[in-house]
Design a protein around this ligand. Structure first.
Ligand code: ZN
Length: 71
């Protein structure tokens, strides 16, 4: 079961959750290696990734267009 947003950089939906040591967790795109913010719980790491994906998608539509044009 995966409810990650697609990667804002490459469009992949193949995400993995990694842990740093005992505590820190972060989500990484398996295809391009983009990673989300490090958080103390898997839920927060997932939420952070989705927030970042939303922000990047908004940037893409509003101004830059660099993400889509590179595909
Ligand atoms: Zn990616």
């Amino acid at each position: 079961m995966s409810d990650y947003k697609p990667c804002p950089f490459c469009g992949s939906s193949d995400m993995k959750l990694y842990g740093h040591g005992q505590d820190w967790k972060f989500v990484t795109c398996s295809d391009c290696g983009a990673d989300g913010p490090e958080e103390l719980s898997a839920d927060d790491a997932k939420a952070g990734w989705n927030r970042r994906a939303d922000d990047a998608n908004r940037d893409d539509k509003d101004s830059r267009g660099s993400i889509r044009s590179s595909v």
